[in-house]
Design a protein around this ligand. Structure first.
Ligand SMILES: Cc1cc2nc3c(=O)[nH]c(=O)nc-3n(C[C@H](O)[C@H](O)[C@H](O)COP(=O)(O)OP(=O)(O)OC[C@H]3O[C@@H](n4cnc5c(N)ncnc54)[C@H](O)[C@@H]3O)c2cc1C
Length: 374
């Protein structure tokens, strides 16, 4: 269930590795499975047409004997009967079920109905947001996580006046620590973005279209377009009455035999890092889907990856391997932050739990070895 990175990779891995049975992939979007990372980068900037994000033509799935059903939603799960209810009214039987329904954006409690207010998760979201950005003079991005920071960079590169607002003191400070956050704040400021840290948004203002954003200190920032990027939640509503163990994601460790989960929706305990993880990272969707497929093929495989993600903002490619603990200290071990080219370790409890590279991709790969011993 879910026809994106994790869902399509599970199906294709099964076929590639010899599964001969029927495979059905159910996706509620109308588009062929596509890649999301370019949405906040190349698609917003206009350097890629939206269609270039597609993983392959519809014929590819048919040739592989994969029944890809688009614009179809899974609405319920009956574990005892081993059936999924679909929006078409059909009940689909299964021997193995893979939940790969991803996450959906959290919205502000009020104001989303105004024209010019966006979230960014899907291809349609990205196309609509780009259209707004191209026409906008002033843009406010609410939330300075990965999506918000990348969108602020893209909007600035499209010539908009951009304000990036977050409750946290600096962009990505929650995910990567305050020190890295200040470096990113400087990068955005150097590119002309107004970064407002430590501030919430109390209201979106406007009659039918957004005109401004009221901040928690009462000040108003003018806006013709607003991106709300304040987090996401796993799509498990369709499982609510099924009895499948869920809690901020599908709990893979407690799932009954024959039920698997992969990608952004999946939560499991990492033996390597000794903690429960649910990762919203592109590589994890592929790795976990391959793992799920191999389990369906009867292989006894553990899932204990070294998490990896990247983000592109202006000319900066920031990559991280590992898990950044909330109390971790960032130590620069090579290069120079002032030159915006460096490597850093995140040290927590006397050990390195994550390594970060800012424009040092090759050197970072060898640092990854530090984590394999954990
Ligand atoms: C704009 C953007 C930029 C990103 N950039 C990066 C990046 O630079 N680096 C990085 O590491 N990661 C990035 N990510 C994260 C990465 O794209 C995700 O980790 C990845 O897409 C997860 O894949 P998934 O298949 O688990 O979930 P998704 O891609 O969310 O796919 C889930 C699919 O299931 C569908 N679905 C949901 N409910 C149902 C239902 N009930 N029935 C049928 N279908 C359903 C959804 O509509 C969706 O199509 C980015 C994400 C976004 C949105």
């Amino acid at each position: 269930m879910g026809a994106s990175a994790a869902g399509s990779t599970t199906a294709q891995t099964l076929r590639r590795e010899g599964f001969a049975g029927a495979i059905t992939v159910i996706g509620d979007e109308p588009h062929l499975p596509y890649d999301r990372p370019p949405l906040s980068k190349q698609v917003l900037l206009g350097s890629w047409p939206a269609e270039r994000t597609s993983f392959g033509a519809g014929t590819t799935y048919a040739e592989q004997g994969i029944d890809l059903r688009l614009a179809t939603r899974a609405t319920g799960l009956d574990l005892a009967r081993r059936e999924v209810a679909l929006s078409t009214g059909e009940a689909l039987g299964w021997d193995h079920l893979v939940v790969a329904t991803g996450v959906q954006p959290v919205r502000l409690s009020d104001g989303h109905q105004l024209a010019g207010v966006h979230v960014l998760r899907t291809l349609d979201d990205a196309v609509a947001l780009r259209k707004s950005l191209v026409d906008a003079a002033s843009v406010v991005v609410v939330g300075a996580g990965f999506l918000g920071s990348e969108t602020a960079a893209a909007a600035r590169q499209l010539g908009c006046e951009v304000t990036l607002v977050d409750l946290a003191p600096a962009p990505l400070a929650v995910q990567l620590g305050a020190e890295l956050g200040w470096m990113l704040a400087e990068l955005h400021a150097a590119n002309g973005v107004r970064v407002v840290g430590g501030s919430g948004v109390t209201r979106l203002l406007g009659e039918s279209a957004v005109e401004g954003v009221e901040l928690s200190d009462g000040s108003v920032v003018k806006a013709d377009a607003v991106l709300v990027a304040v987090g996401s939640r796993p799509v498990t509503d369709w499982l609510d009455t099924s009895g499948l163990p869920c809690g901020d994601g599908v709990l893979c460790d407690e799932a009954p035999a024959g039920v698997h989960a992969a990608g952004d929706v999946a939560r499991w305990t990492s033996p390597r890092f000794g903690t429960s993880l649910r990762l919203e990272h592109r590589f994890n969707a592929t790795e976990q889907a391959v793992w799920a497929a191999r389990r369906i093929l009867g292989q006894e495989v553990d899932f204990d990856p070294i998490p990896y993600f990247w983000t592109d903002q202006y000319d900066a490619r920031i990559q991280v391997y590992g898990v950044v603990a909330p109390d971790a200290r960032m130590v620069v071990v090579a290069g120079d932050p002032a030159a915006r080219k460096f490597l850093a370790h995140y040290v927590s409890g006397g050990r390195v739990s994550a390594v970060l590279g800012w424009n040092m991709p090759r050197e970072l790969r060898s640092e990854r070895a530090l984590l394999t011993a954990i």
